[in-house]
Ligand binder design. Structure first.
Ligand SMILES: [Ca+2]
Ligand SMILES: [Ca+2]
Ligand SMILES: [Ca+2]
Ligand SMILES: [Ca+2]
Length: 491
């Protein structure tokens, strides 16, 4: 029996196909993850046009993905994941497929001590080597003139930054290959000066990543994409077990202005985020997708894209609220096809721009053409609010919310106008945005032994402020002492 929902490689495929399986039925597999409800069959249902469905059992999402790959005609080798008995979430509140990322747990501590683009004490240097927890002795804007690649097994603890926290501005971050990432509470704002045809944050392969309370904007291509270059590649060349949660993905720059490509045969969760002022792709999905309690505002031409082309997809789309802004010119759901296997529940659309949240539940015929499933795919259990409560909760909590900067306050206020305010931009340096600042710098608390935990907190909990003891577990809750501090900061 499997533990949790980590990607484990092929454990075994048991699929039973009943009748009506023709060549187009390649897209008709139910994806059933290991977990509380395993095993359970995805029942046969009719599509809108009455095509029969096979009854299937599949042991894991990875297997579902593998099957999807195999039926495309390619032979692939699926990597076996190492044994993993630690089912501790990355932090309290970590959810979805990326919930069990381990980050830099148990490794060394790296203090970012300046706002320089590179060199000792810089953010770029901090994330360049594995097995680190990155903490900040400074707050402010880190201006970068080229992209930064993040190494595997790193925790980026933006919540440690004093003052207004950290904004990375000028280009984007790549988490490609950054297995076991935990990234929390900072802002990445790429800007017009960034590398063309790249994203504010991009991941093209890698497993077990969770992005939480980030504010991501001004992408030149996408704002935040987790996308395999080719979904027919082996899974170790695709993103697997990734969560983006509690984050603001806003103001993708025209002429592209896109929320993100979420395209992988490996599973990806998009939970409790705000997507606003992105022309298209909030988000564009192929593959295995969990999309719950997202708020989408002022898209122009496309919001949730149901596949858009023929790759086989399995998605749970639940309790999200799509709210038209001044520029919105399309319905929320577009570009489905019969290879898009959809469970959808309680997604709301408010298109009347009247300053009140008074939308309606999106009926099936407004999801375009998909293959319907009446039961959700057995994806990780996540906190699920009503769409109305999600609206309030998300607006109050999303983004790098320990200190909500001027940009985040601006876009949240736009959303709160419920139809009258909002604009897709092409240059963040123009009014009314006027660039990324200011961010107050603040003053870091004293940390005599430089173990990432300040003296005052160590004394409070009974640790030794004169001896590095970040990797102990004084209260035996599974999190290191340093992680307890990081979690305490944002509890
Ligand atoms: Ca309304
Ligand atoms: Ca200390
Ligand atoms: Ca200590
Ligand atoms: Ca502990």
């Amino acid at each position: 029996m499997l533990v949790g929902h980590r990607y484990r490689g092929v454990i075994g495929v048991r699929e039973r196909q009943s009748n009506h399986l023709d060549s187009s039925a390649a897209g008709l597999y139910g994806a059933v993850s290991p977990g509380k409800r395993f095993p359970s069959a995805v029942k046969a249902h009719s599509t809108r046009n009455g095509v029969g469905m096979p009854r299937t059992r599949i042991r894991s999402l990875a297997v579902a993905a593998a099957v999807a790959v195999l039926v495309s005609g390619l032979t692939v080798s699926i990597p076996r994941a190492s044994a993993q008995t630690d089912a501790l979430p990355a932090f309290p509140g970590a959810e979805g497929f990326g919930a069990y990322a381990t980050g830099g747990r148990g490794g060394s501590v790296y203090y970012v001590t300046n706002l320089n683009d590179r060199g000792p004490g810089s953010f770029r240097d901090a994330v360049s080597e594995s097995n680190r927890t990155v903490v900040f002795a400074v707050g402010g804007i880190i201006r970068i003139d080229s992209r930064i690649s993040v190494a595997p097994n790193i925790t980026i603890a933006g919540q440690t930054a004093p003052g207004g926290g950290i904004t990375v501005y000028g280009d984007g971050l790549s988490f490609t290959g950054a297995d076991n990432t935990i990234a929390r509470y900072f802002r990445v704002r790429q800007g017009v000066g960034g590398t063309p045809e790249t994203d504010s944050i991009g991941v093209t392969y890698g497993k077990d990543m969770i992005f939480d309370h980030l504010s991501v904007s001004w992408g030149r291509d996408e704002n935040f994409s987790v996308t395999a270059g080719d979904l027919n590649q082996p899974l170790d060349q695709q993103p697997v077990n990734v969560t983006i949660q509690n984050s603001i993905i806003s103001q993708g720059l025209d002429p592209h202005s896109a929320g993100g490509l979420i395209e992988s045969a490996g599973p990806i969760s998009i939970l409790h985020n705000l997507y606003t002022d992105n022309n298209i792709r909030s988000v564009k999905v192929k593959g295995v997708n969990q999309y719950v309690n997202n708020i989408i505002y002022n898209w122009r031409n496309e919001a949730y894209i149901l596949g858009g082309s023929m790759f086989i997809s399995h998605a749970n789309v639940e309790n999200s609220y799509f709210i038209a802004g001044p520029e919105t010119a399309s319905p929320p759901f577009v570009r489905g096809n019969e290879n898009f296997n959809l469970y959808a529940s309680k997604n709301f659309h408010d298109g009347n721009r009247n300053g009140q949240l008074d939308g309606y539940q999106v009926p099936r015929d407004e999801y375009t053409t998909v293959t319907w499933h009446d039961e959700p795919f057995d994806y990780p259990r996540v906190r699920t609010l009503s769409p109305q409560d999600a609206y309030r909760h998300v607006l109050a909590n999303v983004g790098a919310s320990k200190y909500r900067d001027r940009i985040d306050r601006f876009v949240v206020a736009e959303v709160q106008s419920l139809g009258t305010e909002g604009k897709i931009i092409s240059d963040e340096s123009a009014a009314p945005i006027n660039g990324p600042g200011p961010i107050p710098d603040g003053r870091a608390p004293l940390d005599t032994d430089q173990d990432g935990m300040p003296d005052h907190w160590e004394v409070m909990v009974g640790l030794d402020p004169r001896a590095p003891d970040n990797n102990g577990d004084r209260n035996q809750n599974g999190y290191t002492n340093l992680e307890d501090y990081l979690n305490w900061l944002v509890a």
